[in-house]
Design a protein around this ligand. Sequence first.
Ligand SMILES: [Zn+2]
Length: 101
Amino acid sequence: MAKKDRRTPQQAFVTLRDMPGTRVMFWVVDACPYCGERHLHVAGNIRSDPGESLGEHPAPCNPERPYELTLPPRPKKKTGKDARRKARRDARADTWDEDSW
Ligand SMILES: [Zn+2]
């Protein structure tokens, strides 16, 4: 029987956030597969392709256990302009307080 590979990266679904007032973008792991907390990974700036920084990263809470930054599956439902705006507002409400940076 094969040993269980503890190093197999878990998938961590990310959302892309930009930092208001800067050109820095972050991948936000809303729920870490290991600790359930939120982690941030710098995705680069708006000039670079943030997709290039997806993939395997060590989990900040446990560097021995990498996880794989993955975009969540897109919902099939078409989202109109209002839904997108609402989603953005929800995302903002859900994120950090801008002033705390
Ligand atoms: Zn974690």
